[in-house]
Design a protein around this ligand. Structure first.
Ligand SMILES: [Fe+2]
Ligand SMILES: [Fe+2]
Length: 276
């Protein structure tokens, strides 16, 4: 067994020796050390926080799509559409894993915090088809469509390897998720020759667009992002709103027009060119 250091016996011996012959410490002249400035690294905490928030968002997307696919099954939708939905669930799980790797690379050590009651969908309408339409528009046609230019922007100046790997995969998948939404929308509208869905869509779209606008405009506190943030795939709050505005003109208006819905020109007053 290893002998314990600093045992009582040893300490006593040292005291005795000290008493017999007091030790005189040599005078030490203070040395003036050259001052070394600490190396300043930009804090990565907000980077880690943002990527953990993205992990949580991917769980929400996985849960919403899983639930939506169940609704498609209950509605007797085409197996192709159902398989597309299940594939999206798998994508979202991969996104959460990749995002968590970025979180770890940025120094994160925690785990995502999930609001269990908020994961999944809630039936709000008497008819399942009406809920299918409502969620199709809000989650896929609006949410997944603007996700494409958003992730393009995040990826544009991203050089940190883990973040780049995540954004490369996410961007490829989001294009398919967007297309899933518009395909389901067409199916839902075609399934009702009396066009009640179309009327519902016309009636509900302004509120859905407004809530999207409110959520994107909620945090405009940061108008710029430094190179460090962009290297990790972050963009400032103000750019989210600009990207949404651009998406409104480039995607929402023509895509809704194709299914017979005019969404107006709500963003025109603020529209402006964005860096490409
Ligand atoms: Fe995702
Ligand atoms: Fe997605």
């Amino acid at each position: 067994m290893r002998k314990r250091e600093g045992s009582q016996t040893t300490q006593k011996a040292a005291l005795v020796a000290h008493a017999v012959e007091p030790r005189v410490e040599p005078r030490v002249e203070p040395r003036v050390e050259p001052r070394v400035e600490p190396r300043v690294e930009p804090s990565a905490k907000h980077i880690a926080d943002e990527w953990l928030r993205r992990v949580e968002a991917e769980y929400h997307s996985a849960a919403a799509t899983q639930h939506y696919t169940l609704w498609l099954i209950q509605a007797g939708a085409s197996p192709d559409l159902i398989r597309d939905g299940l594939r999206i669930v798998e994508d979202e799980l991969v996104h959460s894993e990749l995002s968590y790797q970025v979180y770890l690379a940025a120094g994160g050590t925690g785990v995502p915090v999930l609001d269990r009651n908020a994961l999944g969908l809630t039936r709000e309408c008497a008819e399942l088809e009406d809920d299918l339409l409502r969620v199709c528009v809000s989650v896929f046609c609006l949410g997944e469509t603007v996700a494409v230019p958003l992730f393009q922007r995040m990826r544009k100046h991203c050089t940190e390897q883990s973040a780049r790997t995540a954004l490369d995969r996410i961007l490829v998948d989001e294009v398919r998720h967007r297309d899933f939404g518009w395909t389901v929308l067409e199916h839902l509208l075609e399934s009702q020759p009396e066009r009640q869905h179309l009327k519902n869509l016309q009636a509900n779209l302004p509120a859905l667009l407004q809530s999207l606008l409110a959520s994107y405009g909620a945090d405009l506190s940061e108008s710029t992002a430094g190179e460090f943030d962009r290297a990790w795939g972050l963009i400032p709050g103000a750019e989210y709103l600009d990207i949404l505005e651009r998406c409104f003109h480039r995607d929402y208006r023509p895509r809704f027009a194709r299914v017979g819905v005019d969404i107006g020109d709500r963003f025109s007053a603020n529209a402006g060119p964005l860096p490409g």
